[in-house]
Design a protein around this ligand. Sequence first.
Ligand SMILES: C[S@@+](CC[C@H](N)C(=O)[O-])C[C@H]1O[C@@H](n2cnc3c(N)ncnc32)[C@H](O)[C@@H]1O
Ligand SMILES: [Zn+2]
Length: 293
Amino acid sequence: MKQNGKLEKAKLLFEKNIEIFRCPVCKDNMKINDKSSLICNNNHCFDISKKGYVNLANRSSNKIYGKDLFESRNKIYNANFYDRLITELVDIVDEYTLYKNKNYILDTGCGEGHYLNQLSKNQNLSNKYDFVGIDISKEGINIATREGNDIIWCVSDLSNLPFQTCKFAVILNILSPANYEEFIRVLDNKGIVIKVIPESEYLKEIRYGIQNKMKSNNYSNKNVIEVFHQHLEIVSEKRLNYKCSIDKSNLKDLIKMTPLTSSLSKEQKDDLIKLDISSITIDLRILVGRCKK
Ligand SMILES: C[S@@+](CC[C@H](N)C(=O)[O-])C[C@H]1O[C@@H](n2cnc3c(N)ncnc32)[C@H](O)[C@@H]1O
Ligand SMILES: [Zn+2]
């Protein structure tokens, strides 16, 4: 789609859903002006970009998450290694939400947008939900807009969400940091938070490969689970563990896509690619929670 077309389409989408937004600076309501910007009553103004997203962040992203990492994530996701997680997400939304009117799914720390782009293609979900993705990284959101789906994309900090309270039926938080005060604020009373975190065998072939190149290689998700339990009432918890075969080209992207290897030099990453790795383990825990009564 031409960039002008993308901007016009995004403007309509933001206009239609403007009531979910609030200004990230002064918390006031927002509207769209003639120049395709979101603007609040105190004149804090945020332009919709030609790519079709709006930047509402007041700080920039961590340099670990650069364009190359997101391009590699995009390739790995499109090679279907994580399709079983998408199926699980669809089933969970189906099972744990009962909304009569159209509602919203928000992906917090959505990266290059794969999960929302896939969920938005599920007709059952798209009949019931509109989709909103936010990430602090402009590079991630840039890629997320590429498919041109009807999704509201924002560069935004998940610890200062630019949304009104109680607006979302589902909050996704996949392999990303969380801010439960903000999640609970914007979550509808009957809504759910779905958090996906690594389990002990997640990408273990890469972990073993870098064992002697890193200071510490022990991973425990105990604290992350405890913090989730402190803030939300658990409604479901599931471990998803499977192996996929992988060729050298995908292995190269897998090594580039994970923050696990972010402290390694290029030579160390090249050494990893040369290892005899022909399959990888996906091992994730899916936590589903609701607001405590
Ligand atoms: C490992 S990536 C996961 C991305 C995506 N959910 C996925 O599974 O592919 C972690 C993401 O969290 C984002 N992130 C980190 N801190 C954030 C913040 N304060 N607000 C919004 N996004 C943040 C990063 O930019 C990055 O895209
Ligand atoms: Zn404002």
